[in-house]
Ligand binder design. Structure first.
Ligand code: MIC
Ligand code: SF4
Length: 643
């Protein structure tokens, strides 16, 4: 039987397990990436493992999230990461060099290799045929130490692309269409593979926009073939030697298939407050726009910004609109500066921001209250922009630029003829903001710079036999990691300071939760479907751990968050019978008896609700290895035990 592209890469990297959907598999990891908001924790964990030098082919530490420096905290974190990178064999991309996923695609990604990154949009690398996955910081630390990365073998979902995009319709509209068809849960437990005639007409940056936002489908990752288009891209990046061809076998078998006719697509937008709340611009109508933000790891490539510049050229941004533009990398920014496109952007009245995540992670540019903001980003969860009642629409760069000029949501197809824009034959290559690690001879003399913002992280002990805990919080469906551990300029600088962060845990849902944890001690969080969707931040597990959360009992979990809970040593439980969710109330007294034994035997975990006098059957969402891990008190204790 033939293999899909992803199955071929998995086969080449398989360390343990069987390639059958649902089986736990261990993969050898060739490359890792971190960003600063999750990186401080990942490197503290790496240090705790006691491995002197990374064992991967390439590990890169990026600074792109917390680049606003309104106090010493972020700058201290940057120095800490810089010194750890230098000492332990990791490449370091300085603040200003760009967003991790964009830079990694340009300068480091290699088709056919495996990559895990402590950021949920790591699948961007699928645009050049990498098997690239988002993971928790601890998983990345283990991979840097040479350990495998474990996932449950995904199913294969084929997206068959036919036709060719019409003028003014872009790659963003393709992935918005996929989200409309499949929803934010549609990719769970699956790898999305793009194939068909339509693939050839898409450039690498366009493919990367599509695989980037596959994260919003909940997919394990998304991947494109590595073909002539990929080869030209790598050659233009001066990395032709990194190219290998990758395609699926003609008789490859997919578990599911959808088809999209690119020629039939029209401009779309994801409406507040979910990336799958997708409508056509026609359906939404000409709403008045307050702000437009262009950038993020989804849409800040050279191609994207050249299209934006050509729309803005010779025009003026509408007086009621604030237009902010952040190029994805120094390479993009520098090229726009050299070819004059930056001048067109500035002349039109845009506010140019540094090459970083910026507004996407709430680091500045929060819209006015009730403000309507069009963004080329990938997430529009409530409150993420920093303005609680902000109304965020996710759109293509073309729609964003056209609307910034008109002051209302505007279909770019009304702009007339589209100027053809091609990728350059040679990108501008200047890696002077990437620092190489110290040589083996010098590494011992590198001193780690640990500012006062770098605090210890919580580690739990072995799982107890009986857990008595109160249901200190009950929440509904689709709780995101932004709900559990919010981002934003006020809190993000404390990503290396769990005690401080704990004051904001679930702040969006219930401000009193941290205080209740301090008052009552051990607790269980109860939730609905798709709990923990969104980001890879393990802070959404470490902070609850610090506050005494012993188990999270929900209807279903998002993949990375579920793994992060297990890594931290918190029990991820699901209801055997979803209707039992309604029987537990917040503040109920719970008891989990013989829980060690249940985990050892892979038996149901019985939660007795003392307040209601009932017993509820639950199941731990853990692989064999994760069961051992939870018994040992999380991945760090487990890894130490193994060594
Ligand atoms: C995000 O987009 O939410 C982030 C910030 O990039 C996160 C990582 C983080 O919380 O640091 C992600 O997507 O994993
Ligand atoms: Fe940065 Fe936004 Fe991309 Fe996350 S989604 S990596 S915050 S640009």
């Amino acid at each position: 039987m033939g293999l899909t592209i992803a199955q071929k890469i998995i086969q080449n990297h398989l360390v343990s397990g069987e390639m059958k959907p649902g089986c736990d598999i261990g993969l050898k990891i060739d490359q890792t990436l971190t960003q600063d908001a999750t990186g401080t924790m990942a490197y503290l964990e790496f240090e705790a493992m006691g491995v002197p030098r990374v064992k991967t082919e390439k590990s890169v530490a990026y600074i792109d999230h917390n680049t606003l420096q309104t106090g010493f905290e972020n700058a201290d974190d940057h120095r800490f990461i810089q010194s750890v990178a230098k000492k332990h064999g990791i490449w370091f991309s300085r603040p200003g060099n760009g967003i991790c996923h964009q830079v990694h695609l340009e300068r480091f990604g290699v088709p056919g290799k495996t990559l895990i990154g402590s950021d949920s949009h790591t699948p961007t690398g699928g645009g050049i045929g990498m098997l690239a996955m988002g993971a928790g910081g601890l998983d990345v630390a283990v991979a840097m130490g040479g350990g495998p990365y474990y996932i449950s073998m995904p199913k294969m979902l084929r997206v068959n692309l036919t036709g060719k995009l019409s003028p003014w319709v872009s790659a963003k509209d393709v992935i918005l269409k996929v989200l409309q068809l499949l929803s934010v849960k549609g990719g769970v437990g699956k790898i999305v593979e793009y194939s068909g005639e339509g693939v050839k007409s898409l450039s690498v940056p366009e493919r990367a926009t599509i695989t980037n936002m596959g994260a919003e489908l909940g997919a394990t990752t998304s991947i494109f073939p590595s073909d002539e288009v990929t080869r030209s891209f790598l050659q233009a990046q001066g990395r032709g030697q990194d190219w290998v061809e990758l395609s699926s076998d003609p008789d490859a078998v997919y578990d599911e298939e959808v088809s999209i006719d690119l020629s039939a697509l029209e401009p779309l937008a994801a409406c507040p407050h979910s990336p799958d709340n997708v409508k056509s611009l026609k359906e939404i109508g000409a709403i008045k726009v307050d702000q437009v933000c262009i950038g993020s790891c989804t849409n800040s490539s050279y191609l994207d910004l050249m299209r934006v510049a050509s729309i803005l050229k010779g025009k003026t941004v509408h007086p009621d609109v604030s237009l902010a533009i952040a190029p994805g990398s120094k390479q993009v920014y520098n090229m726009l500066a050299m070819n004059g496109a930056l001048a067109d952007i500035i002349a039109a009245g845009a506010r140019v921001l540094e090459c970083a995540c910026g507004p996407c992670i709430g680091m500045g540019q929060s819209p006015n209250s009730k403000g309507i903001s069009l963004r080329t980003f990938n997430r529009n969860f409530e409150g993420r922009s920093g303005t609680a009642d902000g109304q965020i629409y996710l759109v293509s760069p073309e729609t964003a630029a056209a609307s910034a000029l008109a002051g209302v949501l505007t279909d770019p197809r009304t702009l007339g003829e589209e100027a053809p824009i091609a990728l350059p034959e040679h990108f501008l290559i200047n890696d002077n903001m990437v620092e190489a690690p110290a040589s083996e001879a010098e590494m011992d003399s590198v001193e780690i710079l640990r500012g006062p913002n770098i605090k210890e992280f919580p580690v739990t002990g072995p799982l107890e036999e009986t857990i008595a805990a109160k249901a200190l919080l009950k929440v509904g469906d689709n709780i995101t990691t932004d709900h559990i551990m919010p981002a934003g300029a006020k809190i993000l600088p404390y990503r290396s300071n769990i005690p401080y962060l704990s004051n904001f845990c679930f702040g969006v849902c219930d401000k009193e939760f941290p205080a209740r944890c301090r008052e009552y001690g051990p607790s269980v969080v109860v939730g609905g479907q798709n709990y923990g969707q969104g980001s890879s931040r393990e802070h959404a597990a470490l902070v609850p751990l610090y506050l005494g959360v012993k188990a999270v009992l929900v209807k279903s979990f998002a993949r990375i968050h579920c793994a992060n809970l297990a890594n931290a040593g918190i029990l991820p439980l699901i209801f055997k019978n979803e209707a039992d969710y309604d029987k537990i109330d917040q503040m109920d007294e719970l008891e989990l008896k013989n829980v060690r034994k249940a985990i050892e035997d892979n038996a149901p975990v019985i939660v007795s609700d003392k307040t209601k006098g009932i017993e509820i059957e639950t199941e731990a969402v853990l692989s064999q290895r994760q069961r051992e891990m939870v018994l040992a008190g999380g991945l760090l204790n487990y890894t130490r035990e193994q060594n």
